[in-house]
Design a protein around this ligand. Structure first.
Ligand SMILES: Nc1ncnc2c1ncn2[C@@H]1O[C@H](COP(=O)(O)OP(=O)(O)OP(=O)(O)O)[C@@H](O)[C@H]1O
Length: 465
């Protein structure tokens, strides 16, 4: 199986260069995007979080369980042994360093592995063990005596499919008889042959090509269908319809498993369309809070004024590491150039970088090689950088209509004051519009945002205490 992963990785496509969908219209040129609000691409963010993840996220949140099929048994396990897995799979799990099931795995795995098979919709934040859970179900269901695909796993991009395949390869390392294959761009199969591998992991377009257009395998013989990163899948143009087409060709006996990191109405509606009588398991995200964060606003005339405010703050207090959020790539680049010219060690992370480049920037910043990270909304969600003490909103977060985006505000600054540490958030205001956004944020969270005069050194020193 390891060879299989290697072959797919060695294809001519650079590993982490995202190309969501070859059929999509050509993207807007970088130059024309510089002045637009920089937004995070969900597939890129998902991939970045996955690669950055350094292990299991331990969450204290409780599980919300709903059963649509009253006949399906529901119990949880505290050990992997209690799942009665094949010994080779258990060996694979332990070889990966997993000792006990994570919270979502405890509850999901007995249902995932139950006979008769149960359908499931599971949602929980990144890093809580979803991939490991459904990969284990995929590997457990394979009948190696049959040489045709029995498990389909759909991911929204090439890169995310590779990530899942790598987990499957590691977990199944002691089951060499289980064969896997990637159904992704660059993988070709002779039209006149049949696919004999047991598990196919890939993107919807390729899966449709192989299953429907070329009939290289029989969709009716699929026993497990996994839709991974459902939230991203829905956000990706075209995938939504392709998934429905694939789903329609599956037999009614096929076990449907649907996994997603976020929970909103659209994702759930889509899930319900795909998955009959599901057991729904949700592990809610641990809420960020503003409790340990001191919030300030500074009145500035214009961008130059905002820059001067930053300079004054740096001149008065010693700052460990800071993240500065800008609305557009252009502002981020402008600010970075100015701060660099003034002797600051600055990193820039914006949407024009590939995922690989973003990883490199984050690695350098985390290791302290740069003290300031200037970024846009591409960094707003799901990425933890613990050592940051100051977050500056060079531009306050607004939605498409220009109204306060309180959720993004929380994600931006809510990470600074975690684990009992106190954090500082500074909002730079230039004019009435941004002042009203600031007021709306203050009202929303019912937490004071205090006036700070950055022309007054005493005032600034107070925030450092
Ligand atoms: N039971 C476990 N014990 C220890 N580590 C685990 C366990 N399950 C998963 N992990 C590890 O935790 C990390 C996150 O797991 P996994 O990728 O399955 O989470 P996820 O919820 O699918 O995240 P994402 O949404 O980003 O894909 C991985 O490094 C994985 O190897």
């Amino acid at each position: 199986m390891t060879d299989w992963v290697k072959i797919a990785e060695d294809q001519e496509i650079p590993k982490f260069k995202i190309d969501l969908n070859a059929d999509e219209p050509a993207p807007t040129t970088t130059a024309s995007k510089d002045n637009e609000p920089d937004v995070a691409d969900p597939a890129e963010t998902s991939l970045l979080i996955k690669i950055l993840g350094k292990g299991l996220v331990n969450t204290k949140q409780s599980l919300d369980i709903q059963q649509k099929n009253p006949n399906s048994p529901l119990h949880s396990v505290k050990t992997f042994e209690a799942l009665h897995l094949k010994p080779e799979l258990l060996k694979g799990i332990y070889a990966m360093g997993f000792n006990t099931p994570s919270k979502i795995q405890e509850t999901a795995l007995p249902t995932l592995l139950a006979d008769p098979p149960q359908n499931m919709i599971a949602q929980s934040q990144s890093g809580t063990g979803k991939t490991a859970a459904f990969v284990l179900a995929m590997l457990s269901r394979v009948n190696v005596a049959l040489d045709h695909p029995q498990v389909l796993c759909l991911s929204p991009t090439y890169e995310l499919a590779i990530q899942t395949g790598e987990v499957a390869a590691r977990m199944g390392q002691f089951c060499p008889e289980i064969k896997l294959r990637f159904a992704v761009r660059g993988e070709e199969v002779d039209r006149n042959s049949k696919i004999t591998e047991h598990i196919l992991i890939g993107t919807p377009g390729k899966m449709l090509d192989w299953g429907l257009k070329m009939r290289l395998f029989d969709m009716k013989k699929i026993r497990v269908f996994v839709l991974d990163e459902a939230d991203v899948m829905i956000a990706t143009q075209g995938h939504h319809d392709q998934c429905i087409r694939i789903h329609k060709m599956l037999s009614s006996q096929c076990q449907m498993l649907f996994f997603s990191a976020t929970y909103d109405k659209e994702v759930m509606d889509f899930a319900r369309l795909i998955v009959p009588e599901p057991t729904i398991i949700r592990l809610m995200r641990e809420e960020e809070s503003l409790d340990n964060i001191k919030q300030y606003y500074v009145n500035c005339k214009n961008e130059e004024g905002k820059y001067n405010a930053i300079q004054n703050i740096y001149g008065c207090i010693s700052i460990g590491q800071a993240i500065i959020f800008c609305h557009t790539r252009k502002t981020a680049a402008w600010l970075a150039a100015k701060m660099t010219a003034d002797g600051h060690s600055v990193a820039v992370l914006s949407g024009d970088l590939t995922v690989e480049q973003r990883l490199a920037v984050l690695d350098r910043f985390r290791s302290g090689q740069e003290k300031v990270l200037i970024t846009t909304n591409v960094l707003s969600r799901g990425i933890d950088i613990e050592q940051v003490t100051i977050v500056v909103n060079f531009d306050l977060p607004v939605d498409l209509r220009g109204n306060a985006d309180c959720e993004t505000y929380l994600h931006r600054i809510g990470r600074t004051g975690r684990f009992g540490k106190s954090g500082i958030a500074i909002n730079l205001i230039d004019g009435e519009k941004s002042m009203s956004v600031c007021r709306a944020i203050e009202k929303h969270f019912q937490k004071d945002i205090i006036y700070l005069n950055t022309d007054n050194a005493d005032d600034i020193e107070k925030i450092g205490n």
